[in-house]
Design a protein. Structure first.
Length: 581
């Protein structure tokens, strides 16, 4: 925790004195600045002197240094431009919030035009809010602030914009995904203040803690962000044609972000006024159902519905919404598209823009369905009727989804894995609650682009997993959660690119094979709530790795229960070194 108030720091921890943050020295400031601007490269001699002047104007404040560094890392590296920056950041001898705001404003002013709206949008979220990058990307796209680029999807362009803002140090990484990409992010309080100030000038959005009826109906603000203490029963704004986006962050109401909801007798129902929002593009809420009039919203791109696990039957009209890009409706049942319209009309109903579809129950991958979702990238399926088998659900047709990158299958049994093939485009595969044969794992291992594999609550046939040469060549992240496995036989060459191995809740698991330590790219083994044999084998691997003379990378073993250190002390105290080595 950081605070400017000493009494707050003392109250938070009275047992020890607070750590007093200090400004960086000139040499530390220069190293930080140089790292942000040039990375592993050296500063050109002609920029050395003016660069150190710029750093001195930041007066040891890390935030100011990284922001100026982020600006100059993307700018023309000429002495003329750097002198201009130095003149604009110079100020009084003691740096203040006002001076830091000046540096922030400079970073914003010199953003390319295509990044300015994306940057301002960050201020619409509450202070210290963990922003999910995937959601942010969908919002940017739905708002129409992403410029199309030929041969790239809008989402891919939006991710490039996001990474550009990260490289400029205007957005902070918070949490990473299993594939190494950023999962959640934050912005510094001062950066958020800048966003809100500039957004107010541009009338880009309105942030309010007031009742919705307190907002003028004639307001030109198209985006409204509602904070806490709002009277959510007031929804007069719903009928306002000026408002295109409504984000509700009221903690007292379980509906979040673009909710457009009412809270009535413990249930969430769609107000009928939403049916008139023909320009609505993004809908994220909690509800027990999806109204039949949803197809009237022909501009809707994203539907995210959080609800319980009861099946939700969708209307046939879902196939008549051509703008749909992301549909995340937990445990939904899709109607058969072959009954949509007349035979001549059916060819028109193709969701060419659809990229996300999950979680669909008992999804039958018929040719009729596959041809209607040709560009799907992320698909989640839950099979309740396992006895029907993969042939009944036409799972062999999955191979025709040539752009599919992420696949999640729930309740996947032996009967599903016979003669099954997957698209070679698959990068992430998650299997939950099922059984796997050796042949099924070999099929998965042969996927040429697979980088992330998650197996959760899986039983292996004969409780044995044997990997073969040429399998899992691109796999970087492997998660095994609550799996039934006695013997895992692997060679150090079978996972040539594995970086992270995660074992969770593995009480029915033999041990980690020693050969794992021979994988040259391995960086970490993470253990969470695992049995003693797993902990012991992980400790043995680490000790052997260290005693091998330090060849290869050093990897870290993380255990949520901190049992590794306890076992290490026990084993050495009992003189079990010969047993280990």
């Amino acid at each position: 925790m950081t605070t400017r108030l000493e009494n707050v720091a003392n109250y938070a921890n009275s047992c020890s004195p607070p750590h007093r943050m200090r400004f960086l020295s000139d040499s530390e400031s220069w190293i930080l600045f140089r790292d942000k601007v040039f990375g592993n490269y050296c500063c050109p001699p002609e920029l050395n002197e003016i660069g150190k002047k710029i750093v001195q104007h930041c007066q040891g404040l890390p935030l100011a240094i990284v922001l100026i560094g982020g600006l100059l890392s993307k700018a023309t590296r000429t002495g003329h431009y750097w002198k201009y920056v130095a003149e604009n950041v110079s100020s009084e001898t003691t740096i203040t919030d006002e001076q830091c705001s000046k540096i922030l404003s400079l970073s914003y002013k010199h953003l390319p035009s295509h990044l300015k709206w994306c940057f301002l949008y960050m201020g619409i979220f509450p202070e210290d809010y963990n922003i999910h990058v995937s959601k942010l990307v969908k919002l940017w796209v739905a708002e129409g602030i992403i410029e199309p680029v030929q041969s790239k999807s809008l989402e891919d362009v939006a991710e490039e914009y996001f990474l550009d803002l990260v490289e400029r140090n205007l957005i902070l990484n918070h949490e990473k995904r299993s594939n190494g990409k950023i999962k959640t992010c934050r912005i510094h309080d001062l950066v958020r203040d800048l966003c809100m100030r500039e957004a107010q000038k541009e009338k880009f959005y309105l942030v309010t803690n007031r009742s919705l009826c307190g907002i003028q109906q004639g307001s030109s603000t198209h985006r409204v962000s509602i904070r806490r203490n709002t009277n959510t029963h007031d929804h007069k704004l719903l009928s306002s044609p000026q408002v295109q986006s409504l984000l509700n962050f009221d903690w007292e109401v379980p509906s979040l972000e673009m909710s457009n909801m009412l809270h009535q007798q413990g249930r969430l129902e769609f107000p009928n006024e939403v049916a008139e929002w023909v320009d609505l593009r993004y809908l994220d809420c909690m509800s027990m159902h999806l109204p039949s009039w949803i197809a009237k919203l022909q501009n809707l791109q994203t539907i995210i519905l959080r609800r319980d696990m009861r099946p939700l039957y969708l209307s046939l009209d879902i196939w008549k919404m051509p703008q749909l890009r992301h549909v995340q409706l937990e445990y939904v049942i899709l109607p058969d598209p072959s009954s949509v319209g007349t035979e001549g009309e059916r060819s028109v109903f193709v969701l060419e823009n659809l990229q996300t579809l999950s979680i669909v129950m008992n999804f039958r991958c018929t040719k009729e369905v596959i041809k209607r979702i040709p560009n799907i990238k992320k698909l989640g399926i839950h099979y309740k009727d396992e006895d029907m088998g993969g042939e009944y659900y036409y799972l062999n047709n999955l191979v025709h989804l040539r752009k599919l990158e992420s696949l999640k299958l729930i309740n996947f049994g032996f009967s599903f894995s016979r003669n099954l093939s997957y698209p070679t485009s698959l990068k992430k595969f998650t299997l939950v609650e099922g059984s796997l044969s050796r042949e099924a794992m070999s099929i998965v291992g042969s996927l040429p682009n697979l980088q992330v594999l998650k197996l959760r609550r899986i039983a292996f046939f004969h409780r044995e997993w044997i990997t073969n040469a040429g399998e899992f060549l691109q796999l970087k992240y492997l998660q095994l959660e609550n799996i039934s496995l006695d013997h895992w036989r692997v060679d150090g060459t079978h996972f040539p690119n594995l970086e992270c191995l995660v074992l969770e809740d593995c009480d029915d698991f033999g041990q980690i094979p020693d050969e794992i330590r021979e994988i040259p790219t391995l960086r970490s083994i993470e253990l969470n709530e695992c049995c003693g044999s797993v902990l012991t084998s992980a400790m043995r691997i680490q000790i052997k790795h260290r005693r091998s003379g330090g060849d290869g990378p050093q990897f870290l073993i993380v255990d949520s229960r901190n049992m590794i250190e306890k076992l290490r002390r026990q084993m050495f105290n009992r003189l079990l070194d010969p047993f280990l080595f």
